[in-house]
Design a protein. Structure first.
Length: 150
């Protein structure tokens, strides 16, 4: 083998090792805060936040359903709104945040609530927002109320 080529091979090997050391030595400085996350840990946290917000929306929908069932037909709108506002106290929303529409058709009451305020969760890596809108269909006659949860 040629001695000049062998010397060049040693220079290339030393240069390659130095390049690896410099590359991995400089990446430690770019890790923010020294955080160590396992593969998929941030995604799992995102799904947990998503599930918490979906649980809040489910609570709001069920609150609207229960408020509609317990309201009488004579003063349906005012009784529904007063009972629904009591449920909303724990969610950080108020009745003024909702635009409610009522529609009666085929002995059923359809209540649509469109919220002007977002439910928002701020985390260090992301901000998750969702609109807590709902649509509830309940029987309008008292005799049909036991068939609601079938």
């Amino acid at each position: 083998m040629n001695k000049k080529a062998l010397v060049m091979l040693y220079f290339c090997l030393v240069g390659f090792v130095l390049a690896i050391i410099l590359f991995y030595g400089s990446t430690k400085d770019h890790i923010s805060g020294g955080e160590t996350y396992y593969l998929g840990e941030k995604e799992v946290h995102l799904f947990e936040v998503y599930q918490e917000q979906e649980n809040k929306i489910f609570f709001i929908e069920q609150s609207a359903r229960l408020s509609a069932l317990s309201a009488s037909q004579e003063n349906f709108q005012s009784e529904f709104e007063s009972k629904f506002s009591k449920y909303l106290e724990g969610t950080g929303l108020t009745l003024q945040d909702y635009s409610l529409s009522y529609k009666t058709e085929n002995n059923q009451m359809t209540i649509i609530g469109i919220c002007s305020k977002d439910l928002e969760v701020k985390e260090t890596d992301f901000t998750y927002t969702i609109k807590p809108n709902f649509k509830v269909v309940v029987p309008y006659s008292v005799e049909d109320s036991e068939n609601l949860f079938v």
